[in-house]
Design a protein around this ligand. Structure first.
Ligand code: KG4
Ligand code: ZN
Length: 360
């Protein structure tokens, strides 16, 4: 069965087509047939962050041409699509509504069902698109611009929250620190590049909640510490940017690695999935790989192109839900009353999220 997925929760419009194989039943990991992405980063850069209204308008411009591109690349037509999926939340309300509206309209025109997908479910299942997919159960470290969470994942739709950030997300800490260093939005990857030429021990920065005894994170204080350090340096900052970048990255990564290892030992699970934009960070990967290798733990990452937001992970999550029997295909018209959930915890995500199941 063919699943068309639409992602529009923030500043990327992503569309993808995946195939669950015969009859959509339990079987091999769904196959990605094609995908297309438009990033709005350049459009938002002059504002130093995402402007929600501009994001919504750009999603409107991009989503149908991207859908046509995806269908053409896969040599399919809209009539071949069996299920339409969209990101229902969390994210920017206006941006989410674009994907929801288009998905519901397409599904209604095709008389096919539509299903709303949790954005973080997409991220944490995204390594299933890689050549070396994980097996359940596993610990998932979700690190993006909006979220930092440790989850225990026992299967599709079975997610237990072990810990999360109480303020800024890890990606936000990267981006805000990068801004203080004069780097453009989103500065995470640029800060990492700058850090390559710096000394990570040059500045003593806090490791918030490192010894809190739980699996929660806090990054707001770190950003303040970077600000204080930058001010203290004054004009000298220009010569010390690489050192400050390296020290900041080391602080964020150390907390992420230590808490992730604690989650693995608490649950005695032997498999780790790292997903979300910050999962692309080379130092994080290096340290997690080394620590996990020493403990005999397998680590899985999505392909680099699927670390940040994309449509493939949304189509995949819907397809895996379909395979797990969590999507009701029997009454398409009942699924067309769409809504979005700008704030939505994955732990609260019902086994069958979306309008079709909730009737909301
Ligand atoms: O998952 P994502 O595309 O969007 C959200 O759902 O938030 O993640 C974007 C975040 C941004 O904060 C970006 O700076 C960060 O991921 N990021 C990185 C790297 N690449 C992307 N942070 C650190 N190092 C990187 N290499
Ligand atoms: Zn994301």
């Amino acid at each position: 069965m063919l699943v068309l997925g639409i992602e529009s929760s923030c500043d990327e419009t992503g569309v993808a087509l995946v195939d669950t194989g015969a009859a959509g039943g339990a079987g091999p990991v769904p196959r990605l047939l094609s995908h297309a992405l438009h990033s709005q980063i350049v459009m938002h850069q002059p504002f130093g962050g995402v402007v929600p209204e501009l994001a919504s308008r750009d999603h409107i411009r991009r989503v149908l041409p991207l859908t046509q591109e995806v269908l053409q690349t896969a040599r399919c037509s809209l009539a071949d699509v069996d299920l339409v999926a969209f990101t229902r939340g969390p994210g920017l309300a206006g941006a989410l509504l674009v994907g929801a509206g288009v998905a519901c309209a397409l599904a209604a025109a095709l008389a096919r069902p539509v299903v709303g997908v949790h954005h973080l479910e997409g991220h944490l299942l995204s390594p299933f698109l890689s050549a070396d997919p994980p097996e359940f159960p596993f610990i998932a470290l979700l690190v993006s611009g909006g979220h930092t969470q440790l989850m225990q994942v026992d299967g599709v739709g079975s997610y237990a929250l072990l810990g999360e950030t109480i303020d800024d997300a890890a990606g936000e800490a990267f981006d805000k620190s990068a801004k203080l260093l004069g780097l453009p939005y989103p500065g995470g990857a640029l800060l990492a590049r700058l850090a390559l030429g710096g000394d990570s021990a040059a500045f003593k920065l806090p490791r918030p909640l490192l010894h809190s005894g739980n699996l929660d994170f806090s990054f707001a204080g770190l950003k303040t510490a970077v600000l204080v350090q930058a001010k203290k340096l004054g004009p000298e900052l220009d010569n010390r940017k690489a050192d400050l970048a390296a020290s900041t990255q080391a602080a964020i990564v150390e907390v992420l690695v230590k808490k992730t290892l604690a989650a693995l030992s608490q649950t005695a699970l032997r498999r780790l999935v790292v997903a979300g934009g910050v999962g692309a960070n080379a130092l994080l990967r290096e340290q997690l790989n080394a620590a996990c290798r020493a403990r005999g733990i397998r680590v899985h990452y999505p392909e680099l192109e699927f670390c940040t937001d994309n449509g493939a992970m949304i189509a995949l999550a819907a397809a895996m839900r379909l395979q797990a029997g969590l999507v009701d295909l029997s009454a398409p018209e009942a699924s067309y009353t769409f809504d979005v959930k700008p704030r939505w915890s994955l732990a609260e995500c019902p086994p069958a999220p979306g309008p079709a199941a909730s009737g909301a």
